[in-house]
Design a protein around this ligand. Structure first.
Ligand code: SF4
Length: 330
């Protein structure tokens, strides 16, 4: 078995040196702070979306100390367009704790990383592999797909048995050194060759070692909960050049500005915009109306030109951008 793993490592690294995504901005220096930021951004957001945003972030918060000192509002504002704002809050909290408890030095031990708020097993191991070159199993979507197919794991990977098999195979495959190269190579093979719908087995460097019987059926997952449709009506209050928003108290979009719920519609009113957005297990149709009557005193006025400076929840930002015909709201 060791000989097979050695072959996989050798072929994988050879392929990666020629074909890997070496140009990704967070792979230039592998500085721990850059790895930390990229790992938070990469959770649930595509690489293509992140590339320009990562560079902007590094210009705005070039060190962990500068990020730790920044205000919540400026961090959330810089995160706009990346979605799932809880990640920005957690990254900010992690930066503050690393500055306070670790003198600004990102820890290189699993236990220390896991003790930080918002850093789970995946992120901790990704930091160890990419920032500190340690051989640890990093199980992101791309790597899971490659390993599941290479070893023809047919159990659902979100089941206890499937996860245990996956972790065991991932650990067995690890080389004794070159954790960064090996993890990057597996990740890129999944992103570029061993793709979900159409794996390019004919050009795959691991085709000879691969045991997948029908790779397009792998990895398997347990049946998903059904998606429920919901409708919500929001209000756009305006007075002169001012737009009125409320700050969400959460748990959804906590701390972000949102359009308030629309009061009960007594008579037909002008619908300005509607859009559909997915969230958790819901598919929400959001309709934005221009209500009549008093502006609730709990709302906060913003000049229209100042909207781009504040952190607005993604669907609400999109609605405002479309209603005002601007793309300045990211
Ligand atoms: S041979 Fe096909 S299924 Fe197997 S690892 Fe390569 S691309 Fe994936």
């Amino acid at each position: 078995m060791r000989a097979r793993y050695h072959q996989i490592e050798k072929k994988l690294l050879k392929w990666f040196l020629t074909h890997g995504r070496h140009e990704l901005p967070w792979r230039q220096s592998f500085a721990p702070y850059e790895v930390l930021v990229s790992e938070f951004m990469l959770q649930q957001t595509t690489v293509a979306t992140i590339i320009p945003r990562f560079q902007e972030w590094m210009q705005r918060f070039p060190t962990i100390e500068i990020l730790a000192e920044a205000s919540n509002e400026s961090v959330l504002s810089a995160w706009q367009g990346l979605g799932y704002y809880a990640r920005a809050r957690r990254l900010h909290a992690v930066a503050r704790m690393i500055v306070k408890d670790h003198q600004g030095v990102i820890p290189d031990r699993l236990d220390d990383l896991l003790a930080l708020p918002g850093i789970g097993s995946y992120t901790a191991k990704a930091i160890l592999a990419f920032a500190f070159d340690q051989p640890v199993e990093v199980l992101d979507t791309n790597i899971i797909r490659v390993i599941t197919r290479l070893h023809n794991i047919t159990h659902a990977i979100d089941s206890k048995e499937g996860r245990a098999l996956l972790e065991e195979d991932a650990r067995n495959m690890l080389p004794s050194k070159n954790g960064r190269l090996f993890t990057s190579a597996l990740m890129d093979l999944g992103a570029m060759i061993c793709q979900a719908r159409e794996p390019s087995c004919l050009v795959c460097p691991l085709a000879h070692e691969c045991e997948a019987e029908d790779p397009r059926l792998l990895p398997r997952k347990k049946a998903r909960p059904t998606i429920t449709k919901k409708k919500e009506q929001r209000a756009l209050y305006q007075e002169g050049n001012s737009v009125y928003l409320e700050k969400s108290c959460g748990p959804l979009w906590k701390g972000l500005w949102i359009l308030p719920y629309c009061p009960l519609l007594q008579k037909p009113q002008e619908m300005l915009f509607s859009l559909i957005y997915p969230i958790t297990r819901y598919r929400v149709t959001m309709e934005v109306y221009r209500p009549q009557g008093m502006i609730p005193p709990s709302l906060h006025p913003f000049e229209r030109d100042a909207l781009q400076e504040i952190a607005i929840a993604s669907p609400h930002r999109k609605a405002l951008a479309r209603i005002f015909h601007t793309d300045h709201l990211r």
